[in-house]
Design a binder for this molecule. Structure first.
Ligand SMILES: Cc1ncc(C[n+]2csc(CCOP(=O)(O)OP(=O)(O)O)c2C)c(N)n1
Length: 627
């Protein structure tokens, strides 16, 4: 079959196609996605599910004049294909290559950058309000998944949009899935709309009978759909959205181009906030992804014919180590509860959920709620463990501060994906947690060097009387740190792993491995640094530094966090104020004041001089500067 994709370099190119051609193009886009992502990895299932929806959107609307805001943005690949970025898929998410999310700087067709969920309706409403203030007439559309609709901010925006008369179109891409099965009352409600036979029959009946009336039937049907009141009487579903002030249309078959184009064209003519409920299948058109959409949500390179990953079995990760340790602790302590915000698999809690279904709670993509919910449990004597990725926990800053820390509640934060996560880029790098937690009174912060220490830290945390956070990286422990002797945690105690002289490298968590490796390199140059595992980021172990202070003139701190507000900066300030230690020279190695783009994890550490060779070189320079 003719390759139609090669003729598509802008959305204009699809506007001359008929429905049949659009469908053919759709299947070629699917093959393109499977082929490209099998090489680079990326978000597969969500994109396969929005092929027809994206085609219909670009067929009916004109970007960049019209604005399409993709919630999360992980499903924007088809949009990228249609907006002149096919070439970019060879370097998708690689250093210097195309981003896996919409980016203002990447294309004029990307009207708003995303990565975290539930922001699209707010941003779209802002754009629509700005349009009205300027007397413009473009359309603004937010495309949000049913998973992302569980986020509180989406409701705040619906509440705001519904009360006004601003023209805005919200498209719900309902595939019944978040990354895992979607959860909550709203999900049940959507399911009812989808499956309520009485409603569906009534809707089809009205439409059919209207259309059947000769001459005036079709216009009446169209007219009825165009006016809000007409639609209200015609479509009894979506009452919830109607009550909020939206005109609800749906459910629409999200794989039927003809139906989608009809509905989207009509919605363009309508006034006020419109809510279009589109039903799609996650992973559509690729049997493996349709069967296991969770597994194919985000993929590493795979073999297209079998769907199997190219890399052999993935070794156990920090997330797995966390999940297993928590199961063991929960066996002995019935007060332990595990909370996730829509990431049971990613945070390593799936096994816990199977063993302790009543003690496992998935709150949906609702990080803020997760934290205050945990605070409520803690007030009643439970030991909630809130497992959230570092970058998503940013959402809960005030809940951690206001609901947990001020009240000094024993909530345990298991902060996964701290440090550099790599391909997902600046929205997902976990490089702020030490900064946003360190200045909260009552908060204790720990970082393990390996799985064994993570286990000890969790055990310690369950007995700690106040808020406590353990932050650990994406991926697995290094071979060298895995073999290190590891002891139970003592309050405010760091660990000297290697004795030395002249200089001490104090490393946080994953960076212990880098510190040890650079110490090996330094040995060859006659420099023998102390290597210290900080363990406690807060409160800091100043006593141990005092004990070795006669032997050193320099301290080099090493962390995978921003320099500003991180461990090193806090230590520098503390030592300056400590009368007997203020002569020590402290050098902070951390990330500078900029957002860290996507790329391979190791490349990023090297780029920012946080790899073993760079650290060793910096230490040599520091020591030599003394001579
Ligand atoms: C604040 C936040 N928390 C968690 C995530 C991780 N995440 C990415 S996509 C996703 C599921 C989104 O589900 P949905 O909106 O239904 O889109 P689908 O993938 O099903 O198309 C989650 C939880 C995120 N991006 N942002």
């Amino acid at each position: 079959m003719k390759n139609m994709l090669s003729n598509i370099s802008s959305p204009k190119d699809i506007k001359r196609l008929n429905n049949k051609q659009l469908n053919i193009l759709g299947s070629q886009i699917r093959s393109f996605l499977i082929d490209k992502l099998s090489r680079t990895g990326g978000h597969l299932a969500s994109n396969l599910g929005v092929v027809e929806l994206t085609l219909a959107l670009h067929y009916c609307f004109d970007t960049p004049k019209d604005k399409i805001v993709w919630d999360v943005g992980h499903q924007s690949y088809v949009h990228k294909i249609l907006t002149g970025r096919q070439e970019g898929f060879s370097n998708l998410r690689k250093c210097g290559g195309m981003s896996g999310f919409p980016k203002l700087q990447e294309s004029k067709h990307d009207c708003f950058g995303t990565g975290h969920s539930s922001t699209s309706i707010s941003a779209a409403l802002g754009m629509a309000t700005a349009r009205d203030l300027q007397g413009k007439d473009n359309s603004v559309i937010a495309v949000i998944g049913d998973g992302s609709l569980t986020g509180g901010m989406a409701f705040e925006a619906l509440n705001h949009a519904g009360r006004g008369n601003t023209n805005i179109i919200v498209i719900l891409n309902d595939n019944e899935m978040s990354i895992s099965q979607n959860v909550g009352g709203l999900s049940k409600y959507l399911n009812k709309i989808r499956t309520d036979k009485a409603y569906l029959d009534a809707k089809r009946g009205v439409e059919k009978s209207l259309k059947k009336i000769p001459v005036i039937g079709e216009p009446m049907y169209k007219g009825a759909r165009r006016t809000k009141e007409g639609l209200r009487s015609m479509l009894v579903a979506g009452q919830f959205f109607e009550e909020l002030g939206f005109t609800y249309i749906g459910p629409v078959d999200g794989h039927n181009i003809e139906e989608l184009i009809q509905v989207l064209s009509q919605s363009k003519e309508m006034e006020g906030p419109i809510f279009i409920h589109v039903k799609t299948t996650k992973g559509k058109g690729y049997s493996f992804a349709e069967k296991e959409p969770e597994k194919y949500h985000g993929v590493s390179p795979f073999v297209p014919s079998t769907g199997t990953s190219v890399s052999n079995r993935t070794p156990a990760t920090y997330s797995d180590a966390f999940g297993q340790s928590l199961i063991n602790i929960a066996k002995k302590n019935s007060k332990i509860l595990a909370i996730t915000a829509a990431m049971p698999e990613g945070t390593g809690l799936s096994d816990f959920a199977n063993i302790y279904p009543k003690r496992f709670i998935d709150v949906g993509i609702a990080e803020q709620h997760a934290v205050t919910f945990a605070a409520g449990l803690a007030v009643e004597g439970y030991r909630p463990v809130v497992a959230i990725y570092s970058s998503f926990l940013q959402r809960s800053y005030d809940q951690i501060l206001h609901d947990v820390c001020i009240q000094n509640l024993p909530v345990i934060f298991a902060i996964d994906r701290s440090g550099i996560v790599g391909e997902d880029g600046p929205t997902h790098q976990g490089v702020f947690d030490l900064s946003y937690l360190s200045h909260m009174p009552n908060m204790t912060i720990l970082a393990p060097k390996n799985y064994a220490e993570l286990k000890y830290m969790l055990e310690y945390a369950t007995c700690h009387p106040g808020p406590i956070a353990i932050r650990y990286p994406r991926g697995n422990e290094g071979k060298e740190v895995a073999m290190l002797n590891t002891n139970p945690i003592e309050y405010k105690k760091s660990e000297i792993i290697k004795e030395g002289k002249e200089v001490a490298i104090i490393a946080v968590g994953k960076m212990v491995e880098v510190a040890l490796a650079s110490a090996e390199l330094l040995k060859k140059q006659g420099i023998q640094p102390y290597v210290i595992n900080a363990r406690f980021v807060k409160p800091m172990d100043i006593d141990s530094i005092r004990r070795i202070s006669d032997n050193i003139t320099h301290i080099v701190t090493l962390e995978d966090n921003m320099a500003s507000g991180g461990y090193g900066e806090c230590l520098s300030i503390k030592l300056k104020k400590t009368y007997d230690l203020n002569q020590l020279k402290v050098h902070n190695l951390a990330f500078p004041d900029e957002f860290i783009d996507h790329g391979l994890v190791d490349n990023i550490y090297a780029k920012y001089k946080l790899d073993k060779e760079s650290v060793a070189k910096t230490v040599v320079d520091i020591v030599n500067s003394n001579k």
